[in-house]
Write a protein that binds this ligand. Structure first.
Ligand code: PMP
Length: 394
């Protein structure tokens, strides 16, 4: 026996399934041509699985802000804010995100994963309960585990089930944190947020909304589902990531509760990791301005998303419940999904392949993320590739 014995089944499984072809879980991106094109495994490929919703990875203002910060402030912060202090950019970005939402408080984290870990484990402990949507992202599950709180799940996007479970908790409901996502990362469906807010208010619970996939995508100013639904002030905590619409890395949480500030002193994932690099902060600040004035990009993004969703539906694919820049084709088996993924790669289209347990209902997914930077011709090509492969996957 050795520590490695546990990897044997995983190794066998990977060997059997993936064989000799290109590994979809480590696709070699050999050269980047633009926000929507790269050379992958020797082939010029349209990127349709990179969460680059607004296509800002080569935005001129973000690039020049990052270059300037790199020259002025260096490549890294080399430590945590608690130990090494906060750069002016960290504080400025926090003020700008708070102002963007019209909220009193904001904290910036090094990744979105870490934002969830920090906020969830900072807010709750082993005396509390957390009620999460069953389709929650792994970072939410991991934050719950780190907190030591009782973790309960409610049926995906089901306020009635949430209501039942909060009622069952009785007086404990007032020390319960409910967690949902604005747009769910796998199927691209939106949370029934107004009803969920009504339910959490009835029981006196608190709500954290993870807007990772909806920041920049929903709302007139791109503030996500909370803006689209007109409930910014009803969500206790709004978290998100810089790694999708903002085209960098990092995460954030905003709130009107002054206690958010205390997370800095009570949360290990904030205290014990290095703060974001100055260039990352600088490009994020520039991208946030573009997002806030990005109605033109959102209109393009949604035009592409609706067109692609309808095309795939007409071609016979089984999709998530509503048109969205996240479009998932649901396949019954991993083999089918892998074959579709490889077929798309051969047609010069890169998407995501996702297997259970990261997926709802044990399905395998081929997941597209649409970008405002896609051209109409690129969307045509993605449509054509899915059509050519459709007969095998209906
Ligand atoms: N929350 C959700 C819903 C996500 O989908 C992701 C990333 N895919 C994260 C949080 C983590 O964000 P990051 O990539 O910045 O760590």
């Amino acid at each position: 026996m050795s520590l490695f014995a546990k990897f044997q089944p995983l190794m066998q499984d990977r060997h059997n399934l993936l064989g000799q072809g290109i590994d979809p879980f480590g696709a070699p991106i050999e050269e980047i041509y633009s926000a929507t094109e790269a050379r992958i495994n020797g082939r010029r490929t349209i990127l349709a699985g990179t969460n680059n919703y607004l296509g800002l990875t080569f935005d001129a203002a973000s690039l020049s802000a990052a270059h300037a910060a790199l020259d002025e402030l260096g490549t890294g912060t080399t430590g945590s804010r608690m130990a090494n202090g906060s750069f002016a950019g960290h504080r400025a970005l926090e003020q700008e995100i708070a102002a963007f939402y019209g909220c009193a408080q904001a904290i910036v984290f090094t990744t979105g994963y870490q934002a969830n870990l920090a906020v969830i484990s900072g807010l709750t402990n082993n005396e509390d309960a957390i009620l999460i949507d069953a389709d929650s992202h792994a970072s939410i599950y991991d934050g719950c585990r780190l907190s030591g709180a009782d973790i309960l799940r409610f049926r995906h996007n089901n306020p009635e089930d949430l209501d039942r479970r909060l009622r069952r908790l009785g007086a404990r409901a007032t020390t319960t944190l409910v967690i949902i996502e604005g747009i769910y990362s796998m199927l691209g469906d939106k949370a029934r947020i107004r009803e969920i807010i009504e339910v959490k208010n009835t029981h006196g619970a608190m709500l954290l909304v993870d807007e990772a996939h909806s920041l920049g995508v929903l709302g007139e100013r791109g503030r996500g589902l909370v803006e689209e639904a007109g409930v910014i002030d009803d969500a206790d905590f709004i978290a998100g990531t810089f790694s999708k619409s903002l085209a960098s890395t990092g995460g954030y949480c905003v709130s009107n509760h002054p206690q958010l500030e205390l997370i800095r002193y009570a949360s290990r994932p904030y205290i014990f990791t290095a703060s974001p690099c100055p260039s990352v902060i600088a490009s994020t600040r520039a991208a946030l301005q573009r997002v806030a004035h990005g109605g033109d990009l959102r209109a393009r993004l949604w035009r592409h998303a609706r067109r692609l969703y309808q095309h795939l539906l007409d071609a016979g694919y089984t999709l998530g419940p509503e048109p969205c820049p996240v479009i998932a084709a649901l396949l019954d088996t991993r083999e089918q999904a892998l074959a579709l993924w490889r077929g798309l790669h051969e047609h010069g289209v890169y998407v995501n392949l996702i297997f259970p347990p990261a997926t709802p209902d044990g399905k395998s997914l081929v997941r597209i993320s649409v970008s405002a930077a896609h051209t109409d011709e690129q969307i045509d090509k993605i449509c054509a590739a899915f059509s050519a492969l459709a007969p095998d996957y209906r």
